[in-house]
Ligand binder design. Sequence first.
Ligand code: ZN
Length: 178
Amino acid sequence: MIRLYGLIQCALCKRPRIVDLSKSTSSCPYCDYSDEVKDSAVLFRSKSQQEVRQALSQAMGVDDRDAAEKRSRVASVDPYSTMVYRYEHCRDQRTKLTILAEGLTEAKGEFTLEDVEEVVGDRAEKVLKAMLDHCIAYESHPGRYRVRSHFLVGMSSLLIPCIFRTSRTTPGSLTYML
Ligand SMILES: [Zn+2]
């Protein structure tokens, strides 16, 4: 005899579940109510247990394939777009500049005024100046910039004039500049 599986709904708690249609009764794993299989309305039937399981997932509002697709979509969002999103949604000006400098360095290696412009539009010059003034980025080659990574840890010679400039910056001036 070919075994047939079916998707039924518990008569008591209404939860869908898979039953072996060759059996006469089936008890619900959720509420323990015992259904007469022949009296139950079969929502879906198949010889393939996997097909019935898929039907069950759908009945419960969980489509496995959809969930997997969603996960991969999130993972495939490129870091550049993620950076732009974080930049646009961050309120703290210093963090904003750091996100931008870090993101651009990661995406381009070295970035230019044009790269900054792509994200911030015509405020690019002010933004780039603020990055430099606040030691978030430095000019690695003429017209090319990089985030100043580990500037709190490393004691490079580049850091010295940077500390000097930062200490003269009055609080709140960053917000004013942007
Ligand atoms: Zn039940």
